[in-house]
Design a protein around this ligand. Structure first.
Ligand code: HEM
Length: 276
């Protein structure tokens, strides 16, 4: 079953088809590449701000400042990045609207964007302002944000020709866990990752011929699940055992992981619009 915007909103087809002939789409079209640079710079800005904020909640990075101070300092940059990515996205989108309208990756991206806004503005920022404490509203927004995130992942993971893009999200989770684990846990974690990489490479390059897609696809999917389980399992151990230096408890820390990864998923789905 296709899950592109055209499948949910078929009546919009004539409007979408005319968008690149009218303002602002027609005006943006000749300068698509320049506006896309603004899109990518905004992503870098919001991504960096989100990473600093959420790593602080996890208990890493700018630990000399309290989470509330980090939140105050990154807030303008985060806001600028979010406004920049949405405005530039709408402009380049209006000049190439049919591509988005027919793209399942774009559906995953919009679900990701909604989840990212909820998990950032409804959960991570208010929790950081209270030095890690999740309030009642924060818990409610967490449920909404995680549900949207799950829906986005489901669309991304099942969309035709797009699902390999989820490896970006798995890699980002692997890097965060490598950064925040410490001591013996980090060694065990990296060894486990190394074993998975070697076994997957052997299975998909030696045991199964590299062009036998019928057999490779299920094996690669199984490895995606194995990597995810290993990385989330080890991140879970880190979250559960890390010092409760700030008020941030395991739930706030786990949500901080999600608040970074949801932006990665949104960006990955954005990139994979081009591949479908
Ligand atoms: C209203 C919101 C947005 C709209 C309408 C939008 C629209 C677009 C469009 C039209 C493209 C070009 C697709 C193509 O022709 O291949 C694109 C690319 C992209 N978008 Fe967005 N976008 C939005 C928000 C975001 C957000 C929030 C992120 C990341 C957090 C993001 C990340 C990306 C990335 C990484 C690319 C690929 C750039 C490249 O490699 O060429 N977008 N987006």
């Amino acid at each position: 079953m296709s899950m592109a915007p055209q499948d949910f909103f078929p009546a919009l087809a004539p409007w979408v088809a005319g968008l690149d002939d009218t303002f602002p789409g027609a005006w943006i079209k000749p300068y698509f590449a320049q506006w896309e640079v603004l899109h990518i710079l905004s992503i870098a800005l919001l991504g960096g701000a989100s990473i600093l904020l959420n790593l602080r909640l996890i208990g890493h990075g700018l630990t000399e400042e309290s989470p509330a101070e980090v939140e105050r300092n990154v807030r303008p940059w985060l806001n600028l990045g979010v406004v920049g990515v949405i405005v530039s996205g709408l402009l380049i989108g209006s000049s190439n609207a049919e591509r988005l309208y027919t793209s399942e990756a774009f559906t995953a991206k919009m679900l990701g964007l909604a989840a990212a806004i909820v998990l950032t503005y409804g959960v991570a920022m208010p929790a950081a302002r209270r030095d890690g404490l999740l309030g009642g509203a924060g818990k409610l927004w967490a449920v909404v944000g995680l549900a949207l995130f799950g829906l986005g992942l489901a669309v991304f993971g099942t969309a035709k020709l797009v699902s390999p893009g989820l490896w970006h999200v798995i890699l980002a989770a692997a890097l965060i866990a490598a950064f925040v684990t410490r001591g013996a846990l980090r060694i065990v974690y990296l060894l486990g990752l190394g074993v998975l990489v070697i076994v997957q490479t052997a299975a998909t390059h030696v045991m199964i011929p590299a062009d036998d897609f019928a057999r490779l696809d299920p094996v690669n999917k199984a490895f995606a699940l194995a990597f995810t389980a290993w990385i989330l399992g080890m991140a879970g151990v880190q979250v559960a055992t890390s010092a409760r230096d700030d008020a941030a408890g395991p739930a706030a820390k786990a949500l901080a992981y999600a608040a970074i990864l949801v932006w990665v998923m949104t960006a990955a789905a954005g990139r994979w619009i081009a591949f479908a």
